[in-house]
Ligand binder design. Structure first.
Ligand code: FES
Length: 106
């Protein structure tokens, strides 16, 4: 089961920009690519670099620490040193508000 938490107003998330938000204590990064909101963990899977401080070009995000690259739409690693894909979150938009889905705790 997934529980949805309020994360941001839709108008706050601009195309091509990165936003760090905390969703129920989880560091989440939000962005908009080609009109689609993407939500993924804000910690690089290499050694936890802050991805919201990275560079986004199209859908490719470069980690500010050692340059690993990820596709923000899928979380897939495009370039090392990271080897593990980013966790991506499902989102829901209601009344111009973005909700991020986290797995419900048992
Ligand atoms: S922490 Fe992101 S590439 Fe090393």
């Amino acid at each position: 089961m997934t529980e949805f938490y309020k994360a941001a107003r839709l108008e706050e998330i601009k195309e091509g920009e990165l936003y760090a938000v905390e969703v129920d204590g989880e560091p989440v990064c939000l962005t908009k690519v080609e009109g689609q909101i993407c939500a993924f963990t804000d910690n690089c899977t290499h050694i936890s670099g802050p991805l919201n401080e990275g560079e986004l070009e199209g859908c490719t995000l470069t980690c500010p620490w050692h340059g690993a690259q990820f596709d923000v739409r899928t979380g897939k690693v495009l370039r090392g040193p990271a080897r593990q894909d980013l966790h991506t979150y499902s989102i829901k938009i209601e009344d111009e508000t973005i909700f991020v889905g986290l797995p419900e705790e048992e």
